[in-house]
Design a protein around this ligand. Structure first.
Ligand code: ARG
Length: 457
């Protein structure tokens, strides 16, 4: 396939150079965006009288035919082409002759590619947004079913204070709501049209940049032509937002992996979302969660790639920037793939409430509430803390829990104790007295669910 830039060269491009230089293998996926951008450009060229209106119409018509032909499979993208822009323009010219050659008036592949990636990624943001909303809604659903399911809350992976499984799940909904917000914010800065920047210095043609921006659904046009062609902040911002999504999914995955282990057995994954071992017949492994945890590494790698590619390159376009696409597309694809598997895995998991409750009964997770009880009797918190610590030590010695320790033992440590302490340290009361907004009481979790659900509406 011929290059677009033949005129000044005397020799053919070496095959190795073409293989190395070509981006068609990864930018062909932008064919729809490339055509969409060219249709808007050609429409504006006609309207502004830069090319003949009749020729503009022909180009627009032919571009949509090319789109349909690629989509239906009747036209194959030539993998020998330098890039998708070259291929589409070549095909247009093959079909229209002279008229096709007018499309690239007042345009460079530099502003063209900057446009195509923006069109592509803003669409991907919408898809990922939908998938995250789905996950949030699945989480809210599970949280609603488990707003009274008592489990130990942890710090340092040591049992700390009683919470509910619903409360724990809603922490992930909160993270994912922030992720949605970040994606929206990234899209805002991404949704700016660079077309008209030309190669770097704009153009002498009387372009109507605002018309193109409007036709393509952009909020604005880029402010400076050098920046217009060489800005890839939006790729980096998106990779950063996607990295945080993966941080959240990997933390959730880690907990799923722990909770499925026989050491916890808080949940059981559906068979459809687990795998076995080729040698150990008893095994049921949480591979999906492990893979999601592992794939977070790819996305962080993509972010690092983009930052490193863009660091220190002089204005304006440099070929380094062709490296943006594989990295950001990989990040987008990975996040989508993870969400596709993760959401139904959460949706179908079984919660083993008794095991959560049993784990909550051990580990003295009501010790803070025991100390608070003494505070309610007038003891300063620091003294109450110390007395309760002594009680815990006695329990450990005797193999008892705060619930089973006789009242005489309590009174021996502090005479402010009486039998009501057993009510004060009941796990149900510990959870449901935490009425504070954002806390684990059933009412508070209900409000968290309402808030997350209205956020995704
Ligand atoms: N394939 C190129 C890229 O992805 C398109 C822009 C080419 N521009 C150029 N001046 N060689 O960056």
């Amino acid at each position: 396939m011929a290059q677009l830039w033949k005129g000044r060269f005397k020799k053919e491009l070496a095959k190795e150079t073409n293989d190395f230089n070509s981006s068609i293998k990864f930018d062909s996926r932008m064919y729809a965006q490339d055509i969409q951008g060219s249709i808007a450009h050609a429409t504006m060229l006609g309207a502004a009288g830069i090319i003949d209106q009749n020729e503009s119409n022909k180009i627009v018509q032919c571009l949509s035919e090319i789109y349909n032909d690629i989509k239906s499979g009747s036209l194959n993208i030539d993998m020998e082409a330098e890039d998708i822009h070259t291929f589409i323009e070549g095909e247009l010219t093959a079909r229209l002759g002279q008229t096709g050659k007018r499309l690239h008036t007042a345009r460079s592949r530099n502003d063209q590619v900057a446009l195509d990636i923006r069109l592509m990624l803003r669409n991907e943001i919408d898809k990922i947004t939908e998938k995250i909303k789905e996950l949030i809604s699945v989480i809210c659903n599970k949280a609603g079913e488990n707003k009274e399911t008592i489990m130990p809350g942890y710090t340092h992976l040591q049992r700390a204070q009683p919470i509910t499984f619903g409360h724990h799940l809603m922490a992930y909904a909160a993270m994912l709501c922030r992720d949605l917000d970040r994606l929206k914010d990234v899209k805002k800065r991404m949704n700016v049209c660079p077309l008209g920047s030309g190669a770097l210095a704009g153009t002498t043609y009387p372009l109507d940049r605002n018309m193109v921006a409007e036709l393509l659904g952009f909020d604005d046009i880029s402010a400076n032509s050098l920046d217009g062609v060489s800005d890839r902040d939006f790729c980096i911002e998106l990779a950063a937002a996607l990295s945080l999504i993966m941080v959240h999914l990997s933390r959730f995955s880690e907990e799923i992996i722990m909770w499925c282990s026989w050491e916890f057995k808080f949940i059981e994954l559906d068979d459809a979302f687990s795998t076995g071992s080729s040698i150990m017949p008893q095994k049921k492994n949480p591979d999906i969660a492990e893979l999601v945890r592992g794939k977070s590494g790819r996305v962080f790698g993509d972010l690092t790639t983009l930052l490193t590619v863009m660091k220190g390159i002089a204005l304006a376009y440099n070929k380094d920037m062709q490296e943006d696409k594989e990295a950001i597309f990989d990040a987008v694809d990975t996040v989508k793939m993870c969400l596709n598997a993760f959401t139904p895995m959460i949706d179908t998991m079984t919660v083993i409430k008794e095991n959560m409750r049993n784990a909550a009964a051990k580990g003295f997770i009501n010790a803070t509430d025991c100390a608070d009880y003494l505070v309610s009797k007038g003891l300063p918190f620091r003294d109450a803390y110390k007395a309760t610590g002594e009680l815990v030590a006695i329990c450990i010695d005797k193999g008892l829990t705060l619930e089973t320790l006789p009242i005489e033992e309590y009174k021996a440590v502090c005479d402010l104790f009486d039998k009501e302490v057993y009510t004060a340290i009941s796990l149900e009361k510990c959870v449901n007295d935490r009425l504070v907004a954002g806390g684990p009481s059933a009412g508070s979790v209900e409000k968290q669910i309402e808030k997350a659900m209205s956020f995704i509406k």
